[in-house]
Design a protein around this ligand. Structure first.
Ligand code: ADP
Length: 444
């Protein structure tokens, strides 16, 4: 075996946890050089510069290579895959790798605060970032992110507008820059989507790993149309416990689902309050929303952010809290976890293989569920009786409202559609509509 193959053989045991394959098969190892004296160097090319496990990969590569007796030194360089031109993306977005929409069902829940803090978190993790403030009715980016602004400039040749440059290199665009002297725009449906399209695709974003879109609040036509004009890769839903009427969250998830955009994380903002001088967390608006999100929608990535006056102060002064505190700060820790989880999910969406179960109705036998080691038929009525929607379970007490005997034994699904990577939406012959997380099939 050649020396290069000996090394590759050792490196094969290092698995990318998100893509589920070893780093040699994935083609990450490149440019290997081996000197006669046993000095080895190679590059480990990751899918994204913000890869949360890049340092772990580096250490594992060094340790695995050093196991060979003849290796004296090893140098592992980390790099990220060269950007492929995104031909399917409209003009200004052509070099943007992934678009992440941050949405909420209602205004005032902290959507823009989460979007900006998330952007700076991903930037700290090594990614090139842009923020597009699509909230035409209440643009807040210039307040939340302090950046020198002397007007927007349009390239005479290409007609493209240059985004506002944050000193860190982040690219920013908002309706507040386009229309600085006037108040919130008064427009209706199609005009709004046209205006958003023009500003978003007419901005020369350049090369970005992630463009964060601070969506207009709500789950109506504007949001739906937006998804038809922008190829959104993934979405993050922001909600608050007092507004966590589950009908709302459900609406948000269904909206992104109609848009064919997987919801990769739910952020419950203003979740609790913890005074500085002791460790008790006060769940002023009630606890347990996070667990309900996981149980009802099958979205594992649910995060709680506390109410903290520092978040408002930082947001109002243009310096998001993650840029002001160090990594040990509890709020920065949550944002780091959100950032890592999003990087992983987006990487799986872009580079991974689909690992979605198949769910179909077979007359006379039931609902056929096939996933990994599971292959079973489930009785439709049993599944329907386990529905966890706000009509079937009291969202505040968690007590089941649905009477089992109100569901006929001969109930059947009239349609089954896949929702992202986490659930199916089933319409039943009794007129009810359920989101059933895949996990629920394992437990019936
Ligand atoms: P939205 O984009 O949903 O309308 P914003 O992000 O503009 O909401 O937030 C509304 C207000 O709430 C802002 O003043 C913001 O600083 C404040 N805020 C957001 N999240 C928190 C939090 N976790 N703790 C304290 N204040 C917050």
């Amino acid at each position: 075996m050649s020396k290069e193959n000996e090394i590759l053989d050792k490196l094969k045991r290092i698995i990318d946890p998100d893509l589920g394959k070893d780093i040699v098969t994935l083609g990450f190892i490149q440019d290997m050089k081996i000197s006669d004296d046993g000095d080895v160097s190679f590059t480990c090319e990751l899918t994204t510069p913000a890869c949360p496990v890049k340092e772990v990969f580096k250490k594992q590569c060094e340790e695995a290579t050093m196991e060979l007796d003849w290796v004296k030194t090893v140098e592992v360089n980390l790099s990220a895959q060269e950007k492929k031109p995104q031909d399917d993306k409209p003009n200004g977005l052509s070099q943007v790798q992934a678009i992440i929409a941050v949405g909420s069902c209602k205004g005032g829940v902290g959507k823009s605060t989460v979007a900006t803090n998330l952007a700076f978190t991903l930037q700290k993790q090594g990614a090139k970032i842009g923020i597009f403030d699509a909230d035409i009715f209440g643009p807040s980016l210039p307040t939340m992110v302090d950046a020198p602004f002397e007007g927007l400039f349009q390239d005479q040749g290409t007609g493209m507008i240059s985004p506002v440059d944050h000193p860190t290199g982040m690219k920013l665009m908002s309706f507040a820059y386009a229309n600085p002297s006037k108040g919130p725009a008064i427009m209706r449906g199609p005009m709004v989507t046209n205006a958003i399209k023009q500003l978003l695709t007419g901005t020369a974003w350049g090369e970005l790993d992630y463009l964060i879109i601070d969506m207009p609040p709500g789950t109506g036509d504007i949001q739906l149309t937006l998804s038809q004009i922008i190829p959104i890769t993934a979405s993050v839903m922001v909600t608050t416990p007092q507004k966590i009427s589950f009908i709302d969250v459900e609406k948000g998830i269904q909206m992104f689902d109609k848009m064919n955009v997987p919801v990769v994380a739910v952020v419950e903002n203003m979740s609790y309050f913890k005074p500085d001088d002791h460790d008790t967390k006060y769940y002023i608006f009630g606890k347990g929303a996070k667990r309900k999100i996981v149980e009802q929608f099958g979205i594992e990535e649910a995060f709680e952010i506390p109410i903290d006056p520092a978040i408002t102060q930082c947001g109002d002064s243009g310096f998001p809290i993650v840029t002001q505190e160090n990594d040990e700060h509890p709020i920065v820790e949550v944002y780091n976890a959100i950032g890592e989880s999003i990087v992983r999910s987006v990487s799986r969406i872009i580079h991974g293989e689909s690992t979605v179960p198949t769910v179909e109705f077979v007359a006379g036998q039931g609902i056929h569920y096939v996933f990994q080691d599971s292959d079973k038929f489930v009785n439709p009525a049993v599944l329907r009786r386990g529905c966890r929607c706000a009509h079937c379970i009291n969202e505040f007490t968690g007590v089941k409202v649905l009477k089992d005997d109100s569901v006929p034994d001969d109930l059947i699904p009239t349609s089954i559609t896949v929702m992202g990577n986490y659930a199916v939406n089933i319409q039943w012959s009794d007129g009810h509509d359920s989101i059933i997380p895949y996990k629920q099939f394992d437990s019936v």
